[in-house]
Ligand binder design. Structure first.
Ligand SMILES: [Zn+2]
Length: 440
């Protein structure tokens, strides 16, 4: 049988419920979807697969593309600024954004940041920011799957002259992009401490009326923990009392949670975006991520924004997750390499409510695929596929990336855009930012 693209001779990590590995194995793709996969070579399979486009090689590892469950891609424009400012969000980031964030900056910085993610094998991301319709255009141009949350906050923001203008903005965005094959518009109430209770309730109701998901920073800061503790509750129980939590709700961070919160998160079927790099850079405690997974919480991994976590490749996160959980619990035998790769792929897809279409390699699912070349100084020798992916793979080891059956990256780079154009563009954006700051 003929398919569009045949990947063969590679080690195939399906990341399905059975933990299937075919080494060597093949994956056959037609249109947007995986049509078959199995052991051996596709051409030797009973269907005798053939394709006009063949990716082959004995040193290749084929796995689902990474799912980055929490980002702010447009903040790539500010990467490296104000690194060690205390109370950075209120004293540095919010004023900076007020001055500098424009529609054009969001588009150009998002394209640049999405390029970094695609080059390193991320095929799905969930974003929270302003002008998310511009992020949507960037996602379409570079061809990446995206949940895009328009920010709702209690002060005028770069894309809204009024406080809470994000609710109406998100509504228009959701209507405009409804049914898109790559982009899912979402509502992103910034955090419990920047959105009043009645507005939070309204935001969640409006999102659900439109069938959009809700992305939010939850239980990230000490101040937030103390605020709700003084009221005899917790951030999560407070959000639950407002009717926010559900399978369509994705909470980033979830650091300050207790056993009852974890039970509640599992019961509500909500997703959690665990951000080990940005949390450690912010000097925050290590979130009880593995405890949440054991309790049945749908947990994925995330870089957070380029200003908080800097590197946007998931290779920098997938190994850090088990390392920090081992530190937290003082034990070596928690969070295996396989658990880590699971969280970075199908776990993240589950947290975002997309595990029916992506996150694992199974017939019928979208062909969102990372192909790494293990014949490299970082990855060889390969004794354990999961260990190699979790701890050894570097962004430069990624050789091909497919999103929805389209090859968006090959050995020479991105296929959808001119990489030099994006590099020049971010340099100009950064120069504009510096000029703007100097002029104040
Ligand atoms: Zn964030």
């Amino acid at each position: 049988m003929t398919c569009d693209i045949l990947i063969e001779g590679a080690a195939v990590l399906a990341m399905d419920a059975a933990g299937t590995i075919h080494a060597p194995g093949y994956v056959a793709i037609t249109g947007e979807r995986i049509v078959a996969l199995g052991a051996g070579r596709g051409r030797d399979a009973p269907e005798a697969w053939d394709a006009p486009s063949i990716i082959a090689g004995s040193g290749l590892i084929v796995m689902p593309g990474f799912v980055n469950t929490h980002t702010h891609v447009a903040m790539a424009a500010f990467r490296g600024l104000g690194e060690d400012v205390p109370d950075r969000l209120r004293r540095f980031i919010f004023p900076l954004e007020k001055r500098l964030v424009t529609r054009e900056l969001v588009r150009r910085a998002s394209e640049f940041c999405i390029a970094e993610m695609l080059r390193s094998g991320t095929t799905t991301f969930a974003d929270m920011y302003y002008f998310e319709d511009e992020v949507a255009h960037a996602a379409r141009r570079l061809h990446i799957r995206a949940l895009l949350g328009e920010t709702v906050v209690d002060f005028p923001s770069p894309d809204s002259a009024e406080a809470y203008g994000g609710i109406a903005y998100a509504g228009r965005f959701a209507a405009e992009w409804r049914g898109d094959s790559l982009v899912s518009p979402c509502f992103a109430p910034h955090a419990p401490y920047t959105v009043a209770d009645d507005k939070l309730r309204e935001t969640c109701e409006e999102a659900r009326r439109l069938g959009a998901r809700i992305l939010m920073h939850v239980a990230e800061t000490e101040a937030e923990r103390d605020l709700y503790a003084a009221r005899g509750t917790s951030t999560l129980r407070h959000l639950d009392s407002l009717g926010c939590l559900g399978p369509d709700f994705v909470a980033a961070h979830m650091i300050h949670v207790d056993a009852a919160d974890i039970e509640l998160a599992a019961a509500r079927g909500m997703g959690v975006a665990h951000c080990p790099a940005s949390n450690s850079k912010g000097g925050r405690p290590i979130a009880a991520a593995s405890t949440m997974v054991e309790a049945g919480v749908r947990l994925g991994l995330a870089t957070d924004g380029p200003l908080s976590g800097n590197g946007m490749d998931m290779q920098g996160i997938v190994g850090l997750y088990p390392k920090l959980q081992k530190v937290r619990l003082g034990r070596r035998d928690v969070v295996s390499a396989q658990d880590a790769v699971y969280a970075a792929t199908i776990g993240g897809a589950g947290a975002l409510g997309l595990d029916d279409i992506t996150g694992s390699l199974e017939p019928g699912k979208m062909a969102d695929i990372l192909v790494a070349d293990a014949r490299s100084f970082s990855m060889l020798p390969v004794h354990d596929w999961y260990s190699t992916v979790a701890f050894s793979m570097r962004p430069s080891d990624v050789a091909w990336v497919l999103v929805g059956g389209k090859i968006v990256r090959d050995r020479s780079g991105l296929t959808t855009v001119d990489e030099e154009e994006l590099l020049d563009s971010i340099i100009r954006v950064a120069e504009d930012c510096r000029r703007e700051q100097a002029g104040l």
